[in-house]
Write a protein that binds this ligand. Sequence first.
Ligand code: HMG
Length: 387
Amino acid sequence: MLIGIDQMAFATSDKYVDMVDLAHARNQEPGKFLIGIGQTEQAVIPVTQDVVTMGANAAEQVVDDSNRDAIDLVIFGTESGVDNSKSAAIYVQRLLNLNRYARTIEMKQACYAGTAGLMMARDYIAAHPGKKALIIAADIARYGLETAGEVTQGGGAVAMIVSENPQILALNDDSQYMSADIMDFWRPVYRTEALVDGHYSANIYEDFFKEVWDRYREVTGNSINDFKAFAFHLPFTKMGLKGLREILPEADESKQTDLLEEFEASRVYNKRIGNLYTGSLYLSLISLLSNSTDLQAGDRLGLFSYGSGAEGEFYSGILQPNYKAGLKTDFGALFEKRQRVSIAEYEAIFNKSLPIDGTDLELDVSDDSAHFVLGGLQAEQRQYFAH
Ligand code: HMG
């Protein structure tokens, strides 16, 4: 039985900041941000959006009356949770009128939780034929103004339906994964911005990739030449290139050129959105599938998921004939409607936060074009609605 990703969709805010503007404001060479980091634009997430609203805005593109009742597992992967108790998935359940008889939970392990959710969904469908799962991976990447990490911020949500006979990608049962207690990036519960040992985190990412890749080759007998393309977790898009370059010398020369071309397709959207932690690998997969001109049914794709702290997983999937039909987001329209904000506007949005002393707040949502928005706080309860 083939099990895998049947549908995928993406949502983010309708605002972005240009990386040349940011470079000028921070007295950096634009080339460092555009090429050295590999980012051209960055999603700016206003206070009227959070992981719940972005998750709902992504998920509504893949849920309809044809699959609503079959979805009896909802997993929300995030490290930007809005409540220490209640799962973000429960809010989405109400907003999208999801099946009442569904297991509905939130999972956390830095950027890795979306992959953990996907793999658990695959095993769940294998045990419960006919059922479907909804996986949401949503985050807001925040490091702070004028920090080295600032250029690697961003945010958004990817939603995926996992089912039998998937339209997009059949997942092979070949995952290799590992974890180790490492302080490369973390966010204590009292902080709204992450703490990070930047260069160390990039080194650990590469080490984990190399280790799970070597194990993968050993266990499966597959080599780099068996892959049509790779998609990486992209905290910034140069990071994936560094990962790919680690293993590229193992490939035939013409294969190296092809893999580099496919990598360019896999980072088109991430360059314009920035990091979205749990969702970054899956935005990169959407980018690859949407922008590559050379993919065919039956191609083997390799995916590397990394979450700081740290956990890494490498796995493969087989591309399905109807994969384009499973991609539900119109990226042309998404980028077209985005509004470029100045550095001063971005800083004002960045600094605007919800009260933490229990006072009520009504937010002005008139400037937010998303379907689901956060309207404010009442009696310490977040007010979500469609508008
Ligand atoms: P930095 O120190 O400002 O940058 O921080 P740099 O000096 O290392 O320069 C970056 C690159 O730009 C270098 O290239 C320079 O040579 C190049 P590299 O050696 O890396 O190939 N450069 C230029 N290129 C062209 N033209 C120029 C120019 N000038 C310089 N004029 C850093 C960079 C990524 C460390 C920082 O932004 C940071 O701390 N980011 C956040 C941490 C991060 O994203 N880590 C990634 C791995 S960890 C991960 O993926 C998990 C994560 O997603 C979280 C989670 O799991 O939840 C983060």
